[in-house]
Design a protein around this ligand. Structure first.
Ligand SMILES: NC(=O)c1ccc[n+]([C@@H]2O[C@H](COP(=O)([O-])OP(=O)(O)OC[C@H]3O[C@@H](n4cnc5c(N)ncnc54)[C@H](OP(=O)(O)O)[C@@H]3O)[C@@H](O)[C@H]2O)c1
Length: 327
């Protein structure tokens, strides 16, 4: 018997509760993993609370991230005892996920835990950190250098935002952090932000072109904030868009693209190819400071997931939430 958070639906109402399961209850897959940690992302918040149409078939074990050790494997790439990480691929949405002490998974979804990285660190990173790293890689590929000028990060006190601020600061960029929570200013400065920008000042609808302020951007929120960032981006700058914490809308014009050569680069971590994932994980391992956890991480047990799911969708979580499955 092992514990898992199970989402069920009855009379059109969704419920979430910790249940006892056996490995016979798990879906098919090539690799059985004993899960050590998972993490709670914004998408998990939407799934567990039912506020977003993330889950389409029930019962479902949510949790889009996990790290653990291989127990059984019919795939030659993975042997019992190997440490593996999973993020994305629809796990925790269409396939049973990481809020469970055991998971049975497709071998193609896994990556080996990067050498030198601890299991708990990989979930401090999780989908949020992987996405932040993919945004930073896209900025580098767009030619944005530390000397190009400030890079702005929206939703800065959230999971993706916090790690983006930290990574950019470690790489020597000046980082402007947009936040709706002024009380997180000290936290963001500790992560390396050089400027705090209020959410209100950025949420004002913008003109097609505004005064140029940013060499690059990591946007996690969408809507008028993303539109304003694009309108304020320097000639030749790159804006990466990975999130919709405000909304999926983008009330922008083409003017920054055709008059300022601005590049808008979408970033997806869910179906990111294996080679790119490994590249991003290696960079994360090289860049993130040893002592990141003390600032960024909230460590919780499985029973606390529904409560934290409410908090994350209400924008009340600072940094990352790691779920300890062996507690
Ligand atoms: N493309 C991908 O593969 C991918 C991967 C991971 C996440 N995402 C997306 O990225 C976004 C962030 O994910 P996360 O896990 O970092 O979530 P999170 O921890 O909840 O952070 C989101 C942050 O956005 C800000 N925010 C919340 N509501 C807002 C609003 N109405 N208007 C403006 N800002 C608002 C808040 O930051 P402040 O308090 O600092 O203002 C909040 O902390 C989500 O939309 C998620 O779905 C996409």
């Amino acid at each position: 018997m092992f514990k898992a958070l199970l989402l069920e639906e009855a009379d059109g109402k969704q419920s979430a509760s910790v249940k006892n399961l056996t490995t016979a209850d798990l879906p098919e897959g090539e690799v059985l993993v004993k899960v050590q940690y998972s993490s709670l992302n914004y998408k998990d918040g939407l799934a567990v609370t039912g506020l977003g149409k993330i889950i389409r078939s029930f019962p479902m074990v949510p949790g889009i991230d996990l790290v653990g050790t291989v127990e059984e494997s019919s795939d030659s790439r993975y042997q019992p005892g190997m440490a593996v990480v999973l993020t994305g691929w629809g796990v925790g949405e269409q396939y049973w996920g990481g809020f469970s002490q055991y998971a049975r998974l497709k071998a193609d979804w896994l990556v080996p835990l990067p050498e030198g990285m601890t299991a708990v660190r990989s979930m401090e990173v999780g989908t949020a950190g992987l996405t932040a790293m993919l945004c930073v890689l896209a900025l580098e590929e767009g030619g944005v250098k530390p000397e190009s000028g400030p890079v702005v990060v929206s939703g800065a006190a959230g999971g993706v935002g916090s790690i983006a601020v930290l990574l950019l600061a470690r790489l020597g960029y000046q980082v402007a952090a947009i936040t709706g929570r002024p009380e997180t200013a000290d936290y963001l400065k500790k992560l390396g932000a050089t400027e705090i920008v209020t959410r209100e000042s950025m949420a004002e609808p913008s003109r097609p072109l505004e005064k140029q302020r940013w060499a690059g951007a990591v946007d996690t929120v969408g809507d008028t904030i993303l539109a304003r960032i694009i309108a304020e981006t320097n000639y030749g700058g790159t804006v990466t868009a990975c999130g919709l914490a405000a909304s999926f809308k983008l009330p922008a014009t083409v003017m920054p693209f055709i008059l300022r050569n601005v590049r808008l680069q979408g970033v997806d971590s869910v179906s990111c190819p294996y080679e790119r994932r490994c590249q991003a994980w290696q960079r994360l391992q090289a860049l993130l400071p040893e002592d990141m956890a003390a600032d960024v991480t909230n460590l919780i047990g499985l029973e606390q997931v529904p409560d934290y799911a409410q908090r994350i969708v209400q924008g009340q979580v600072r940094g990352r939430v790691v779920v300890d499955l062996q507690r």
